[in-house]
Design a protein around this ligand. Structure first.
Ligand code: HEC
Length: 108
């Protein structure tokens, strides 16, 4: 009984440690494929093509996912947010996690 408890605790601890760095279960390759529709403004690797657009390469993936969800839900408004509301409207939760993983993996 005691041994069982210890191994269960060990497995739980290992799970917690290994799952820490994983922020969103995004797939970098899938995100890169979707990012073609973002490249006109954010560049192929997240370096903006124009000073009016933000650089997003190397940004934290959890932050990117939060921002994309906020545009999609209409929580982010004002400024140029309308542009991003249009580009996030058709993205699924998985698309957003994949895009976040892709841009986060790029050099700032
Ligand atoms: C037509 C140009 C354009 C396209 C295409 C575009 N964006 Fe944007 N993006 C912008 C602009 C402009 C902003 C700033 C919006 C604001 O003022 O809130 C922005 C903001 C963002 C932000 C927030 C950055 C931050 O620092 O908070 C993210 C993340 C983002 N875009 C990702 C994407 C992704 C992913 C795609 C493709 C699905 C995409 N964008 C397509 C122009 C564009």
């Amino acid at each position: 009984m005691h041994v069982l408890f210890k191994s269960a605790l060990g497995a739980g601890l290992a799970w917690a440690l290994f799952s820490l760095p994983v922020q969103a279960d995004g797939d970098i390759a899938a995100g890169q494929a979707i990012s073609a529709s973002c490249a006109a403004c954010h560049g192929a690797t997240g370096k903006a093509t124009n000073a009016l657009y933000p650089n997003i390469g190397g940004q934290n993936s959890a932050y990117l996912a939060l921002a994309l969800n906020a545009y999609k839900k209409g929580d982010r408004t004002g400024g140029q947010a309308g542009v991003m509301q249009a580009f996030t409207a058709g993205l699924s939760e998985q698309d957003i996690n994949d895009l976040a993983a892709y841009y986060a993996s790029q050099k700032p």
